[in-house]
Design a protein around this ligand. Structure first.
Ligand code: URA
Length: 283
């Protein structure tokens, strides 16, 4: 028989052993922490929010480095020349663009050409076969006619800037698709914002509708209307940067006319281009 003292002794020994082990574990952890080298930069400790602080009033996480770098680049870019802005846009933003399916069929990206300080900027719809081959806008027959119009006005390509809504050729010269326009038109807006021309001339109905954001307007109606291109960035209030827009016939359309129709179309184009020069002179 036992009075239970043996088992009480056993329990007491087990408890003492357990406490010693716990103490040892604590000491080991404590000593390891104490002996660790002090970090060069102390970790940032955020103050604990008081109970009065709501979730929304808590300090926001610090912006990531890439957000800071982008903001720094944006403010730096404000002082760049138009030529530098265009070159940065061409190399870094457009690059080897793969934002839509046209990248699979194009030969070259047709960025734009001309004077980065131009007062007048011409905008066509999209590159054709010649432009796709050379990587330059309006270099085919339509482009040669545009050159003649410029000469008639006492100017040359070196005085203006020429670009398209789309930077890549749609296969078979089909009309641009809405998703292609949506993905590509920010580049045109960035070009226009870099150049800040005093007037933009849209060549043809499609470019006119895309730039004036009018759906289904005839070229005749656009020619007679006072239009603007809204060059404001998505971060700005809409219509905070408006540039006078003149819409005229596409040179390819004029080339398709003959006889009196051709003469009439050319006269209308010249009148439109002179109006664009007048608007630029007023600006
Ligand atoms: N037509 C356009 O709209 N753009 C060009 O670059 C060439 C032909």
């Amino acid at each position: 028989m036992t009075d239970g003292t043996d088992s009480l002794d056993g329990i007491a020994r087990a408890v003492a052993l357990h406490l010693r082990r716990q103490r040892l574990a604590y000491d080991t952890r404590y000593l390891r922490v104490r002996s660790a080298p002090t970090p060069a930069t102390p970790p940032q400790v955020r103050p604990a929010p008081t109970t009065a602080q709501s979730r929304s009033a808590r300090p926001k996480p610090a912006p990531s480095k890439s957000v800071d770098a982008k903001a720094a680049l944006r403010s730096q870019a404000e002082s760049w020349s138009a030529a530098t802005k265009l070159e940065y846009l061409r190399k870094k933003n457009v690059g080897d663009c793969r934002r839509c399916g046209l990248c699979q069929t194009r030969q070259n990206i047709v960025f734009g050409v001309g004077n980065p300080e131009a007062r007048i900027m011409f905008v066509g719809e999209a590159p054709g076969a010649d432009e796709d081959r050379k990587g330059e806008p309006f270099v085919g027959k339509a482009g040669q006619l545009l050159d003649r119009w410029l000469v008639e006005l006492g100017m040359s390509r070196a005085d203006v800037y020429i670009a398209n809504v789309l930077k890549c050729r749609p296969p078979g010269n089909r009309d641009p698709r809405p998703d292609e326009v949506e993905r590509c038109s920010p580049f045109l807006r960035a070009q226009i914002r870099a150049i800040r021309p005093a007037a933009v001339v849209a060549l043809g109905r499609h470019a006119g509708m895309l730039l004036s954001r009018r759906d289904d307007m005839s070229l005749r109606a656009m020619r007679g209307a006072r239009l603007d291109y809204d060059a404001s960035s998505p971060k700005e209030a809409p219509r905070s940067l408006l540039i006078p827009l003149v819409v005229t016939y596409h040179p390819a359309y004029v080339l398709r006319q003959s006889g009196e129709a051709e003469v009439g179309a050319t006269q209308m184009v010249m009148a439109d281009l002179r109006r664009a020069l007048d608007l630029a002179a007023e600006a």
